[in-house]
Design a protein around this ligand. Sequence first.
Ligand code: 5GP
Length: 204
Amino acid sequence: MSTIKKKTQQGLLVILSAPSGCGKTTIVDRLLKRHEDRIRAVSVTTRKPRLGEKDGVDYFFVTREAFKKMEKAGELLESAKVFDEYYGTPKSFVREQLKSGKTVILAIDVQGAKILRTKAALKGPQFSIFVLPPSVKVLRDRLEGRRTDSPEEIEKRLQIAQEEIKEAGSYDRTVMNQNLDQTVLEIERLMDEFLKKKSAVHAA
Ligand code: 5GP
């Protein structure tokens, strides 16, 4: 990886989407482990912190007013309303990290991913991955198992998950999260493959 990175001036933007409860946070944590050349962009959200979540670590938790202000000031690379709350990616942080050659991982929803794809908001390489659950039943079990959402919230998330899965084909690659270790390895492999292809084009 490091030899490839030297040839690539601008870092890689990795967009990772997955239905809620599909293991996205754990996957991202694993992708970051022992990789100082990778970083996750901490999003801004208007939703309330869940038990154990920390401001500035899991999200920047802000009021709707503050969010709208940031949006209006052009401080967000993309933003979307998900489950009746607003989420957005801080633009300057992502730009700076990419400029310094880091691989920036965005764990965002399908609407945000679409914006980044169509808007070509950033110069430089972008690679998108959609993580699929093995089945809706498994997704339901995971959402119920984490005990952070009410039954109504879980139903809403499952309904949205099914809509999101329809968008999987718009991503560069899809990976089914049947086994966490294998999923992480597969994403690593896909990122490497993408970077190798890019650097080959670059060198040609
Ligand atoms: P949660 O509330 O479960 O943390 O996240 C709900 C959804 O919002 C997930 O699909 C998550 O990926 C998405 N999300 C988190 N941050 C962002 C963001 O900055 N932009 C967009 N578009 N979606 C986000």
